[in-house]
Design a binder for this molecule. Structure first.
Ligand code: C5P
Length: 332
């Protein structure tokens, strides 16, 4: 790679994810949980730009868009640090000068949509490219470093539809969904910390795994998406999928208002409403982006007139997007 290529900014679209199913298979000795979960990437994405700072000093990060908390705590800086460590540990060590990252944050933060994990995977990859070191890091070291950054990060290294097992490190690629079903995402502004949800889950189940029916639904969907499923067939399964999340009840205990919001959305939209990951994002499937956008408008109206309750720190984030198929860009 030429010096000029090193200096040109690298732009990565970091997609959100949705868990169409989430079965908790068991608790592990390391405190994490083994999962069986079907992940699909969404068109909704953050935009990450990385370039060498051109000076000595630390890596920097500038965030625009949604509030992502203190910059010093941002996982993007940790991912760049992890990439530098990985390069430094290899047999051939290209220089890894300080990088300047810019993040345009569009995915709601701490929402069960994997935004931070996706940013981390994008930053890791972009940092390696900025240093001309992509070919220096083999796939195993890359996956290990990703898993250390967070359970969902390995999924975002490819960002393809996948059956995700173990803590998040075992991935089976799936063909996914044909077409572009619309997704409405409603994220109440309540804090739902993932460790709290798993702790409540463990307390309620006394260490036992989740509901066998959720596990069966997840296995069945993984098989179907393995062969490829049409948008129409996916939507026909929305009712089953909306309850195929073992963390639903625990999330509702951590954020009690979530139940009222889910109920009000069900009444307003007359469609099944699911929870992504450990929440608090609630999702609904539509045949097209246009229909999801119309529903977003309807939900915004219902929030404004109080038909859908506002919980936490203000009105929810309401986003219409689509399931992403293949390596396409896309906006909401
Ligand atoms: O790996 P990540 O930082 O996303 O995990 C956050 C927390 O969620 C962990 O500390 C753990 O409490 C819980 N977790 C889990 N099992 C998983 C993923 C996350 O128990 N498979």
């Amino acid at each position: 790679m030429t010096d000029a290529a090193h200096r040109s900014p690298i732009v990565r679209l970091a997609p959100a994810k949705l868990n169409l199913t989430l079965a908790v298979v068991g608790r592990r000795d390391d405190g994490f949980h083994d999962l069986h979960s079907v992940f699909v990437p969404l068109a909704l994405h953050d935009v990450l730009t990385i370039a060498p700072t051109g000076t000595a000093g630390d890596d920097t990060l500038h965030v625009t868009g949604l509030d992502a908390g203190p910059v010093g705590d941002n996982i993007v800086l940790r991912a760049v640090g992890a990439a530098r460590e990985t390069v430094g540990a290899g047999p051939w060590r290209p220089p890894s000068p300080p990088l300047a990252a810019r993040l345009d944050k569009r995915i709601p933060v701490a929402a069960g949509l994997g935004g931070g994990s996706s940013d981390a995977a994008a930053a890791f990859d972009a940092a390696l490219e900025a240093w001309g070191a992509l070919e220096v890091v083999d796939a195993d070291r890359w996956r290990d470093a990703a898993a250390k950054l967070g359970s969902d990060v390995p999924f975002f290294l490819t960002g393809e539809p996948a059956l995700v097992e173990g803590r998040g490190e075992r991935l089976t690629p799936l063909k996914g969904v044909h077409g572009h079903p619309g997704i409405l995402l409603v994220t109440p502004r309540v804090v739902v910390r993932t460790p709290d949800v798993f702790a409540v889950f463990d307390g309620a189940r006394h260490g036992a795994p989740g509901d066998g029916a959720v596990r069966m639904t997840s296995a069945h969907l993984a098989q179907e998406l393995g062969n490829g499923l049409s948008a129409t067939d996916l939507i026909a399964r929305a009712g089953v999928l909306a309850s195929a999340n073992d963390l639903l009840h625990a999330a509702a205990i951590v954020a009690p208002g979530l139940v009222a919001v889910r109920r009000a959305l069900t009444r307003r939209l007359s469609r099944p409403i699911g929870l992504s990951g450990s929440g608090p994002t609630l999702w609904t499937l539509y045949p097209s982006l246009g229909e999801a956008e119309a529903a977003a408008f309807d939900v915004a109206t219902a929030v404004a007139d109080g038909t859908i309750p506002t919980i936490g720190e203000g009105p929810p984030s309401i986003i219409a997007t689509t399931i992403r198929t293949g390596h396409e860009g896309g906006t909401t």
